[in-house]
Design a binder for this molecule. Structure first.
Ligand code: NI
Length: 440
């Protein structure tokens, strides 16, 4: 905590938020003091949300907590945005640009095994089944940090040159409902919020993801592609059933599907130019047949494509269709390929925004910021980046006393964070927003 500013230096610091061309040390001091004052509340919010996790699209309690907080701060609040999303608008005392900060609110359909006193015991309904629910991706921390940043910036409102929109997003982890027979679902998550007009007038957006696998208090970032685009794949291989003893009188979809699985591996290894960007195709499920001596009518394959370049993504999608259809056809079977419901674009930090934002990020992190390798996981923050320049980064927060290289990763039932980094996250988000508003 660094909130020991004298009244005089605080006044100077506040003035510097309004008048410096970019965020300077005095401006950061004002933000830091405001964030430090909220730090104990951020821990309470995080624990409360952690103990009451809600699945994608069902973030009712969380959204209510957020909306009440933003209203108390005197922000303009919209609820029910793109589902259960909440948007708070803070209009500064001085005219200026509009910047957005984003946090995702949803938890995962999985058990928690952290042993924390506030560990989740919640159950939820996922695709018609009762499941345990846990905040094993740290979105509870994201919500607490953005609530903290909102309170800090609301306290500095008079000196704020422009408008900050606080976007609390539902359903980042995936579609809240099952796909229809065409593999389609209604828009969800960031895409639904964009379609609801949340980025109207917004000139840039910032967001972060907490991770236990970076050093404590370290920001991890990179310019250009940061996280993979993700497309879910369903391939229906239609053959003709028959007796296992006489395959010549059938069309065997099991063999055809097996060849398709292997053939798809050549899309990345033989067909895409991986000297440009890497890519991954994984088939994670093969379903078909009931018995050892029955050739089934059909087999269904489920998989995922990960890419780091939009052109390569579109190319790979086409090649997956061609490869599956052609291989199946060679034995008289038919392959029908469909993509979705997951279809997240590549999370890409534009070079200009990254470069312009780095000084403020480094200032807010006390110099602790490093370039990290690409991440083959995905993030629907990319839907915002399709519309306005957006910068996304990771915040290292391994549990105290745990080596970041060995800490349970996001989506592990043992995933945990260091709550001392909540103010670091809030400070960095607030600093990036103020800096963006200050920049000519
Ligand atoms: Ni996440």
């Amino acid at each position: 905590m660094r909130n020991s500013l004298t009244a005089l230096s605080l006044a100077a610091a506040l003035a510097s938020i309004a008048h410096a061309q970019t965020l300077d040390a005095a401006g950061l001091q004002a933000i830091d003091a405001a964030v430090s004052a909220v730090a104990p509340k951020m821990v309470q919010w995080r624990r409360d949300i952690h103990a009451h996790p809600e699945l994608s699209g069902q973030e009712v309690r969380t959204a209510q907590l957020v909306a009440e907080h933003l209203r108390r701060l005197g922000l303009e609040v919209q609820t029910g945005v793109g589902g259960t999303g909440v948007v708070g608008t803070l209009r500064g005392g001085l005219p200026g640009k509009v910047v957005a900060l984003r946090a995702d609110m949803d938890a995962l359909p999985m058990p928690e095994k952290t042993g924390l006193p506030f560990a989740s015991k919640a159950k939820g309904s996922y695709l018609g089944k009762e499941v345990p629910v846990a905040h094993s991706c740290g979105h509870d921390a994201h919500v607490a940090m953005l609530m903290g940043a909102a309170e800090a910036l609301a306290g500095l409102r008079a000196q704020l040159p422009g408008t900050v929109k606080f976007i609390f997003q539902p359903a980042e982890e995936g579609a809240p409902v099952e796909a229809d027979e065409h593999g389609k679902v209604p828009s969800f998550g960031a895409k639904a919020m964009v379609e609801a007009g949340v980025l109207k007038d917004v000139q840039a957006i910032y967001g972060l993801h907490i991770t236990a696998n970076l050093p404590s208090g370290m920001a991890g970032y990179r310019s250009g592609p940061l996280m993979a685009g993700s497309d879910s794949i369903t391939i229906h291989v239609e053959g003709k059933g028959g007796h296992g003893s006489s395959p010549w009188s059938a069309i065997d979809p099991v063999v055809a599907a097996s060849q398709v699985v292997l053939g798809l591996q050549t899309v990345v290894s033989r067909q895409l130019n991986i000297s440009k960007e890497p890519a991954v195709i994984t088939i994670g499920s093969i379903q078909g047949g009931t018995r050892y001596n029955i050739i089934p009518d059909n087999v269904e394959l489920l998989g995922t494509l990960r890419t780091f370049d939009e052109g390569m993504r579109q190319d790979a999608l086409q090649r997956i269709v061609t490869t599956a259809e052609s291989i199946a056809a060679s034995s008289g079977a038919k392959a029908k390929v469909r993509f979705g419901p997951v279809a997240y674009p590549v999370t890409t930090n534009p070079a200009a925004l990254t470069e312009a934002s780095l000084p403020a990020l480094k200032l807010a992190m006390g110099g602790k910021a490093m370039v990290i390798p690409k991440v083959s996981g995905s993030e629907d923050f990319s839907e915002f980046q399709k519309v306005v320049p957006g910068f996304f980064y990771f915040l290292g927060a391994p549990p105290k006393g745990v080596d970041f290289a060995k800490a349970p990763p996001n989506h592990s039932p043992q995933f945990d964070i260091d709550e001392d980094q909540l103010p670091t996250g809030a400070r960095s988000l607030a600093a990036l927003a103020v800096d963006f508003l200050r920049r000519p």
